[in-house]
Design a protein around this ligand. Structure first.
Ligand SMILES: [Fe+2]
Ligand SMILES: [Fe+2]
Length: 255
């Protein structure tokens, strides 16, 4: 459903209680879109990768329709990039006490965002953590270091069997294509390849990650840019990643 015709912001419930809020950024042609995900569990909300400064109003309005801000208990930051973190400036004006979950590596850097209040930070250790949601289901902060940030986490929602992968799985889809889910994986590969080759550091980081997540029961992969991959496409995505040469293994970046 398009919720803002001017910005093209679209919200979809991609699984029960899992909302994808997606905004195309027209300033950067080429189909770049930014996704935020809202998990609503027994009346409590967790917002994943809240987004850049300029998407705050659109994300906030959409979030409001699903849950009152008083019931958002956590903001999760998969890594330190501005398209993930810059809206914290605004979120902390609205919810100064909300827990902000991120890698311990980035705790000292996040303060440079000129936040309006001292944030209630929860620094994740490298090995990750699991928390229990009000329904009793678990939410796991899964290590995904160096993909692409050195302190990088994904989120696994046990109830919906959803893996939220931040920039991993990001795609540049054709402009105007706002459909939330991949329907032709073979064609979709071209939309992911360039980003993964340049923004991931090396094949070893990918191999270690795949060893960790292959045992999880995953029904869908939800990246922060582009489309969600569901069903058999999850395995296809992992297989594609395993075969792709990335970063230093793709090119000799000797200079
Ligand atoms: Fe990033
Ligand atoms: Fe990103």
């Amino acid at each position: 459903m398009i919720t803002n015709t001017q910005s093209g912001t679209r919200i979809d419930e991609v699984a029960s209680g899992i909302y994808r809020i997606s905004t195309p950024v027209k300033e950067f042609p080429g189909g770049f879109s930014f996704n935020q995900y809202l998990i609503v569990d027994a009346g409590e909300g967790v917002l994943l990768d809240p987004g850049g400064y300029h998407v705050f109003e659109r994300v906030f309005d959409n979030t409001l329709e699903r849950i009152h801000p008083d019931h958002i208990t956590r903001l999760f930051l998969s890594h330190q990039d501005p398209d993930i973190t810059a809206s914290l400036v605004s979120w902390l004006e609205v919810k100064p006490g909300v827990e902000v979950v991120l890698s311990r590596l980035w705790e000292r850097f996040i303060m440079h965002l000129a936040l309006p209040a001292a944030p209630n930070l929860h620094g994740l250790p490298d090995e990750g953590e699991m928390v229990t949601l009000p329904s009793g289901a678990s939410l796991t902060f899964v290590p995904a270091h160096f993909l692409h940030s050195p302190g990088n986490f994904h989120v696994y929602d046990q109830r919906s069997r959803t893996l939220f992968t931040g920039d991993l799985g990001a795609s540049l889809v054709p402009e105007g294509d706002t459909e939330p889910v991949v329907t032709d994986f073979a064609a979709h590969v071209a939309a992911m390849e360039g980003f993964h080759r340049r923004y991931l550091p090396c094949n070893r980081a990918v191999t270690l990650y795949l060893e960790r997540v292959r045992d999880l029961a995953v029904d869908r992969v939800c990246p922060q840019h582009g489309k969600v991959m569901e069903g058999d496409d999850v395995g296809r995505f992992f297989d594609w990643l395993a075969r792709l040469d990335v970063g230093l293994d793709h090119k000799d970046w000797g200079s």
